[in-house]
Write a new protein. Structure first.
Length: 245
């Protein structure tokens, strides 16, 4: 049985104000022709199956407002090597066949940085900046701004801090040498199923009033978790479809 998820993304406020466009600030999810989702929410992407529905809502931090973007049914889950071949210009494809001109030396997780530097100092080894696979050697895309401990490890391999510390102890990536084809967590929309209503500029609060749907998108701590929703909430689907008709 298919599942349904509601995903809140950070909208690009300048694009919203100047061009009335609803897009993600870092282009993931990417809403170009045949939308894709390949960086954010790694555990969610891993658990999603073909046929599941993704509902997207933009959040604008400056105004604390939410706007409906659209929804699609998952048509494919592909590997990053296939994503690089099919969507080479998209910012949510975070690998490249060429090295970055400027080496990434920034860390996100202080504990991991401290553990690494206590053992090896400031030298950045090859295993932190490359992925050696059966398909060849890949590097972090020059357009990707994820920190050194937060690109391939978290986004592609879905490794935990515990696993990363093991790699630090062994001074190698324990996933190196594997095939990237086993990590099929780059999500592609079904070709005929993308419903985009972003141009309608529908505030989520207005949607709630019209449908009676009672969803809190933000937690008391200000977080936006992916919501697994019961779509016997058919009002949501019908509302989107009616807007497009």
């Amino acid at each position: 049985m298919s599942k349904s998820y509601l995903i809140v993304f950070h909208g690009d406020y300048d694009k919203f104000c100047q061009e009335k466009k609803i897009i993600d600030i870092s282009d993931d999810p990417c809403f170009d022709k045949l939308p894709t989702w390949g960086i954010c929410r790694p555990p969610t992407r891993k658990s999603i199956d073909i046929g599941d529905k993704m509902f997207f809502v933009a959040f604008y931090k400056k105004t604390k407002e939410y706007y409906l973007k659209g929804w699609f049914t998952v048509g494919e889950k592909i590997s990053y090597t296939e994503a690089l071949e099919r969507f080479p210009q998209r910012l949510n494809v975070i690998i490249s066949t060429t090295k970055r001109q400027k080496k990434n030396t920034c860390w996100r997780y202080k504990e991991l940085e401290t553990n690494f530097k206590n053992k090896y100092g400031d030298t950045i080894p090859d295993w932190l900046i490359s992925i050696k696979t059966e398909q060849g050697t890949f590097y972090q895309s020059g357009n990707d701004n994820h920190k050194i401990d937060n690109w391939k490890c978290r986004r592609i391999f879905h490794c935990t801090s515990k696993q990363f510390n093991k790699c630090i102890s062994n001074n190698c990536c324990e996933k190196d040498g594997n095939s990237l084809e086993q990590y099929k967590n780059y999500i592609v929309s079904h070709r005929s199923n993308w419903q985009d209503i972003g141009s309608k500029l529908i505030n989520f609060n207005s949607f709630k009033k019209q449908t009676g749907v009672n969803l809190n998108l933000c937690t008391p701590k200000g977080q936006h978790n992916v919501l697994s929703v019961d779509f016997s909430l058919l009002e949501f689907t019908n509302f989107f479809q009616n807007i497009n008709n």
